[in-house]
Design a protein around this ligand. Structure first.
Ligand SMILES: *Cc1c(COP(=O)(O)O)cnc(C)c1O
Length: 430
């Protein structure tokens, strides 16, 4: 426990100097001071504990201070923390890249390691644009996506985020203008809407000459609204992009590594994209690292061009600490127990959130894999929601009209029940 005076001093310095995500400076709502985390529990500086239902923005799938990840990190630190990746290589990056090729959908063969999810989307789009440039189709520079998406906060990824959620009006003239189709009809089990399919197919056909790629989040649109859709729409995208000569990018930064009940969401549809983005849970939530994978055809196209290199190379590319922890995290998934954990959590969330449908102001309750969402008919009152959640010993970070959880896979049935109960109670007061 941190002494009261130190706590006050730290929070005061935080207010004065530290910028937090999506916030003004200084912050209007003070953050909670965390001292330690272990398993699924965050220990706050005042000595209280919260069960984490967020996995630290969906990344800490194995919980905090996992012995295997701690060992991978300290073991690697004892050998080398970092070396530049230009002209040098090392076992942690080689092992990780090889594993990613092995476990991702068939056909993705090459791996570009980057520092964050947004950068992996930048790299994916750069790959697609450069592929067409190299193959003599320079006019193919636009990207088509469906509304309701989220792909990161740097500028090119922002241009394919939902125009409203991504505040495109604020950035008119700055963001490249992309092609948008409506959001996919909601519901994993909802019947396929043929008129929607026709509309998407027509849009790709119409814009094929200017489209470098279609980029989407498969099965779950995350930060754009936590919406699920029928995987059939992904097969439709694969068919039309193949037929029209457009590359297909899946952003699995949120869905990768088991979250939806399949190791990768692309498996729900049985399709391989041309380019795949991974991040978030890649390192089990320990360190920042992301990956962009592509097919041999995309890599060959780029490498046969007039500028036969992918002109990208972050300083901390392939960081050995991150790569070693990522391999350990992916290694923990290898025995398949994550599957029973995710379906156990799915059942726990279905049971625990069922009561939310009766709460006035709740318009939808949905669960898929280890994702549970309660949607309100109004924006969440963040102060009231956070007070309600923390008073019940739960950490969640609602946004817009959504109270949602993406718990670590190691959450016990009791943890899941506690989180679900707190979500239902909070729906009443938020
Ligand atoms: C979080 C996220 C990103 C951005 O990743 P960062 O590591 O925050 O840059 C991109 N796409 C999706 C689908 C995400 O969930």
């Amino acid at each position: 426990m941190t002494p009261d005076s130190t706590r006050r001093e730290l929070l005061d310095l935080d207010t004065r100097h530290v910028w937090h995500p999506y916030g003004p400076m200084p912050a209007t709502v003070p953050p909670l001071l965390v001292e330690e985390a272990s398993g699924v529990r965050l220990r706050l500086a005042d000595g209280s504990e919260l069960v984490d239902g967020m996995s630290s923005w969906w990344a800490a799938i194995h919980g905090y201070r996992h012995p295997a990840l701690d060992a991978a990190l300290t073991g690697q630190a004892a050998r080398m923390s970092h070396v530049m990746f230009g002209g040098l290589t090392h076992e942690p990056a080689i092992r990780l890249a090889t594993t990613l090729v092995d476990i991702t959908p068939e056909g993705l063969e090459h791996v570009f390691l980057c520092d964050s999810g947004s950068v992996s989307v930048e790299v994916a789009l750069k790959m697609c644009l450069q592929y067409w440039r190299s193959t003599g189709r320079e006019s193919k520079r636009k990207v088509l996506t469906w509304r309701g998406g989220y792909h990161g906060d740097t500028f090119h990824p922002m241009s394919v985020c939902d125009p409203e959620g991504g505040m495109h009006s604020l950035w008119r003239g700055v963001l490249p203008e992309q092609v948008f189709v409506p959001a996919p009809p909601a519901g994993y089990d909802a019947p396929v809407d043929q008129s929607y399919v026709d509309e998407v197919v027509r849009a790709v056909e119409e814009h094929a000459d200017e489209l470098a790629a279609v980029v989407v989040e498969p099965v779950v649109q995350g930060a754009g609204g936590m919406r699920f859709h029928n995987p059939e729409y992904l097969r439709v995208l694969r068919e039309v992009t193949d037929r029209c000569g457009v590359l297909l990018v899946f952003d699995e930064i949120a869905t990768g590594f088991g979250r939806t009940g399949a190791l990768f969401a692309a498996e729900h549809a049985g399709v391989t994209p041309d380019v795949l983005c991974l991040g978030k849970a890649l390192t089990g939530g320990y360190l920042t690292m992301a990956a962009t994978l592509c097919t041999a055809s995309v890599a060959d196209g780029i490498s046969r061009g007039e500028v036969p290199v992918l002109a990208h190379g972050p300083t901390f590319m392939g960081n050995p600490l991150s790569a070693a922890v990522a391999s350990a995290s992916v290694g923990l998934l290898a025995d398949g127990t994550w599957r029973s954990d995710v379906s156990r959590i799915e059942r726990g969330l279905r049971d625990g959130l069922a009561g939310a449908t009766q709460v006035p102001g709740v318009v939808d309750v949905r669960v898929l894999g280890a994702i549970g969402v309660v949607q309100l008919d109004h924006p969440v009152d963040m102060a009231a929601a956070t007070a309600s959640l923390t008073s019940r010993g739960v950490w969640l970070r609602p946004f817009r009209d959504l109270i949602y959880t993406m718990p670590p896979y190691v959450s016990s049935d009791a943890d899941v029940a506690l989180v679900a109960e707190a979500m239902v109670a909070t729906a009443r007061v938020a």
